[in-house]
Design a protein around this ligand. Structure first.
Ligand code: KIV
Length: 272
């Protein structure tokens, strides 16, 4: 049994804060279905994020905006059924919390009740302060998300690095401190300069989880399809591919097609 598994039999929001205090980096990956979540959990990943990136990688949309609350709950409950160790965090999708804090709380409660998730994630800082407060008051743990927040892509206009200018960097810093004060247990920092990640991570006591935020974050997150090389047209600098499944799966499937056509499959041993 690995040390990670022995130390944290079940990862909780408190375990993550302990990891930061002990200088242990936090691993986080996305998952959207039962089979993938089972593999990820067995590999001792600390946090599984049911991200609204499901809108891109599972449903083929260009942005994360179209995915609905019902669809997120469906993905989250599939993941929850597979997981024994990881903390499962679920994105509240676009349009399910921006109207007002009551709507935000209703959405968070539906996610927790109907999927069995352990926490929710929302994008933004001061703009969503009241919603974060209300969700936390209901006893639901909240993970923040600052920097490049894909639900606001039409406001940004591009997926380029955020907070390079002083004014935006200062706002991000203030937002991170606010989210900590409100009681969030962690914050995702997406696509910001490594120096800013360092500054934020050193100034707050809750863990930061980076994606394109550099090595000074307290943990790292990637979309599982990108890590495995199942997506092949998405090539940001921050992405390390550990496999090239797009090609490997493609050639396995071509082999199957050829075996069926040539009547090599099924063989005598593969029938009843
Ligand atoms: O939806 C998602 O996958 C995310 C990660 C990029 C952090 O929010």
């Amino acid at each position: 049994m690995s040390t990670a598994k022995k130390k944290y039999k079940r990862v909780t929001v408190k375990s993550l804060v302990d990891m930061k205090q002990n200088g242990e980096k936090i691993s986080m990956l996305t998952a959207y279905d039962y089979s993938m979540a089972k593999i990820i959990d067995s590999a001792n990943v600390d946090v599984i994020l049911v991200g609204d990136s499901a809108s891109n990688v599972m449903a083929g949309h260009e942005t994360t905006l179209p995915i609905t609350l019902d669809q997120m709950i469906y993905h989250a409950s599939s993941v929850i059924r597979a997981v024994e160790r990881a903390l499962v965090v679920v994105d509240i999708p676009f349009g399910s919390y921006q109207s007002d804090p009551k709507q935000a709380l209703r959405s968070a409660i539906r996610i927790m009740k109907e999927s069995g998730a352990h926490a929710v994630k929302l994008e933004g800082g001061i703009e969503i302060k009241e919603s974060v407060k209300r969700i936390l008051n209901a006893g639901i743990p909240v993970m923040g998300h600052l920097g490049l927040t894909p639900q606001s892509i039409y406001k940004f206009g591009t997926y380029t690095v955020r907070a390079k200018e002083e004014q935006e960097a200062e706002k991000l810093m203030k937002d991170a401190e606010l989210l900590e004060r409100l009681g969030c247990f962690s914050i995702v920092l997406e696509k910001i300069p490594a120096t800013l990640t360092k500054k934020v991570s050193e100034s707050i006591s809750i863990p930061t989880i980076g994606i394109g935020g550099g090595k000074f974050a307290d943990g790292q997150v990637l979309v599982i399809h990108d890590l495995l090389g199942m997506t092949h047209e998405f090539n940001p600098r921050f992405l390390r591919r550990y496999m090239n499944l797009y090609e490997e799966m493609g050639s396995a499937i071509s082999q199957y097609v050829s075996d069926v056509k040539s009547m090599d499959f099924p063989s005598d041993e593969e029938q009843y």
